[in-house]
Design a protein around this ligand. Structure first.
Ligand SMILES: [Zn+2]
Length: 316
């Protein structure tokens, strides 16, 4: 059987999958990320996990179609280097050559967002898309773009930072990117939780008050139960998101917008607000033919896309 391995490095967990050429997951695994380790140690760990997955699935190691890695941070796809990854503490690291040496097979490296985008581009809700804008909404907000079905990487690899565009002009919240009130510090996962906690500490009643470890999923649950505070937080979040996205739609006029990432699961709850705000802030002619929907892959987009990445033409 022809298959490749996808590795999705996250700030908390690293996900692994063996994936066939049609995008079907044959086996999967998930381990805590070794975020403060050398690349050698991380890749030795990856090899160990992949070897045991191949063994239990009765498949050969290394994967015949190679391995693909999705990495949070700034990646030079052509060079195969990680220019910066805050989560792993790596700078200017030749990850592709280190990984192919340790894993014993060809490796391709891209950002986690670009890797995730490939899952929908080839096997999911963007399989007929030409120009796709892919928005991953979790801890941060990252975006990917395809032009004529090719992933746009930008010369310096730092494109797609939708989360680091200013969303609130007079915000006191300062982001590590240097901007006050950027989308990430206003509506990223942590921002939503902090906003809810601050309101409740100030005396706002909410069914979320019983939660010891509040998460965006629990805020979404409370909103589904018509909790006024949770609804207010999500309505504000999708309003800011819609206004920021409107500028990208006016600029790029993609045929498809795909939402992925854990926090994007809250969109359907307040979709009416999102649609209304988008319609009032994006030009009608830029919106009329644009399909906006959720990723078909949920939490698996990163690994399925990373496995697809392995099978694409590799930069020399
Ligand atoms: Zn920022």
């Amino acid at each position: 059987m022809k298959f490749s391995a996808g590795i999705d490095f996250g700030g908390t967990f690293t996900k692994f999958a063996l994936v066939d050429l049609e995008g079907n997951i044959v086996d999967r695994d998930k381990t805590p990320s070794l975020t403060r380790s050398s690349a050698q140690d991380v890749l030795l760990h990856v090899r160990g996990v992949l070897e045991s997955m191949c063994m239990r699935s009765h498949l050969p190691y290394p994967p015949p179609e190679g391995c693909g890695i999705g990495m949070p941070g700034v990646v030079d796809y052509e060079a195969g280097t990680v220019k910066m990854s805050g989560a792993f503490g790596w700078t200017d690291l030749p990850l592709r050559s280190i990984a192919s040496q340790i894993l014993g097979c060809p490796v391709a490296v891209d950002t986690d967002v670009n890797a995730g985008m490939l899952a929908d581009l080839y096997f999911g809700n963007a399989s007929n898309a030409s120009e796709m804008l892919y928005v991953s909404w979790g801890t941060g907000l990252g975006a990917g773009l395809t032009i004529a079905r090719q992933v746009y990487h930008s010369r310096f690899g730092a494109m797609g930072n939708l989360g680091h565009t200013r969303a609130v002009a007079d915000s006191p919240r300062l982001c590590f990117c240097g901007i006050r009130g950027c989308l990430e510090v206003e509506i990223g996962a942590r921002a939503l939780v902090e906003k809810a906690q601050a309101e409740m500490a100030a005396g706002r009643p909410s069914i979320m008050a019983v939660q010891r470890n509040l998460t965006p999923e629990l805020i979404a649950q409370a909103a589904t139960s018509q909790d006024a505070l949770a609804l207010e937080i999500l309505r504000r979040a999708v309003t800011l998101l819609a206004h920021t996205l409107a500028a990208s739609l006016a600029m790029l006029n993609p045929d498809t917008v795909i939402f992925a990432g854990g926090v994007s699961n809250c969109l359907p709850i307040v979709r009416d607000v999102f649609d209304r705000e988008l319609a009032s802030s994006a030009p009608t002619f830029a919106l009329s033919n644009t399909s906006i929907q959720a990723s078909a892959f949920g939490q698996s987009a990163g690994v399925v896309g990373a496995a697809k990445l392995a099978t694409l033409r590799r930069p020399a």
